[in-house]
Design a binder for this molecule. Structure first.
Ligand SMILES: Nc1ncnc2c1ncn2[C@@H]1O[C@H](COP(=O)(O)OP(=O)(O)OP(=O)(O)O)[C@@H](O)[C@H]1O
Length: 254
């Protein structure tokens, strides 16, 4: 569980996050949505410990980040997995080498132990036959699976995903969303996903926070997002052509 209290973050005197307070539950897929420039990525980077907020607190399963010493902060970061936008795989490394990379960087495990973990992660994301392929030899959806396997190979307690669906066709996007949700439940991870995608909201939005100009404008779940009359949220929801058409059809009684 991650608890965020009154988080403020500025750059060059401009306040980007203006006092965010919220909670992300363990075993749940938590989504951050909002308009472009509302501070979603800055918020995600604060949760990852990459940006230091000027004010406020982030508490990871009872541990306040501001009270951790350097070693404790390093230990905490090792419990975090990250799926980057565009997958961010190493082009010259095979699938297996890409997934093993964080184990080589952050652990002192023997090669056999690392390989066991890597194969466990590969099996979990259904990539059994791709071990020796290069990223350029597999599809975008498979690259995402590699990125997810690389993020979970260290058995993280926290998983952060930045636009995990970008560049995927809608069908593959849903499969990837559900893979992240299943892994979150199975491994009891606290997962936070930054997304623009209303399909993801509908598919896996167990907790959704909506940011607007650095404020937390609304929070709820996927069943509540269609019931709110908050204008910023409805504008976002119905900016999707499909959802707008469904709403118009409902209003016409079709
Ligand atoms: N390292 C930085 N230095 C200065 N300003 C920054 C930095 N990172 C982000 N910002 C500013 O913070 C604001 C919010 O940016 P952020 O990337 O968090 O938006 P976002 O909601 O993720 O947008 P998008 O959906 O377009 O990715 C922007 O005005 C951006 O220019």
């Amino acid at each position: 569980m991650i608890e965020v209290t009154n988080l403020h973050k500025s750059f060059n005197g401009e306040e980007i996050l203006k006092g965010i307070t919220t909670t992300f539950d363990r075993g749940k897929t938590n989504l951050i949505i909002g308009t472009s420039g509302s501070g979603k990525t800055v918020f995600l980077k604060c949760l990852l410990g990459l940006f230091t907020p000027e004010q406020g607190e982030i508490c990871y399963d009872g541990n306040k980040y501001s009270e951790l010493d350097e070693e404790e902060q390093r230990n905490l970061r090792e419990k975090m997995g990250m799926v980057f936008q565009g997958s961010a795989l190493f082009d010259s490394m095979t699938v297996e080498e890409n997934i093993m990379f964080p184990l080589m960087m952050f652990t002192k495990q023997k090669k056999e132990e690392m390989l066991e973990r890597v194969h466990e992660a590969i099996t979990r994301v259904n990539l059994e036959n791709a071990n020796n392929k290069l990223p350029s030899e597999i599809s975008g959806g498979m690259q995402k699976r590699v990125a997810i396997a690389r993020a979970i190979v260290t058995r993280p307690k926290y998983l952060f995903c930045d636009e995990p669906n970008s560049g995927l066709d809608p069908r593959t996007a849903i499969v990837i969303d559900n893979l992240i949700k299943e892994i979150t439940e199975e491994y009891d991870i606290t997962t936070v996903i930054n997304t623009h995608d209303m399909n993801s909201v509908m598919e896996i939005g167990e907790k959704i926070i909506f940011l607007k100009n650095g404020h937390l404008e609304w929070e709820g779940d996927k069943s509540q997002i269609f019931k709110t009359d908050n204008k910023a949220v409805t504008d976002f929801v119905y900016s999707s052509n499909l959802f707008k058409k469904v709403r118009d059809a409902q209003l016409k009684g079709l």
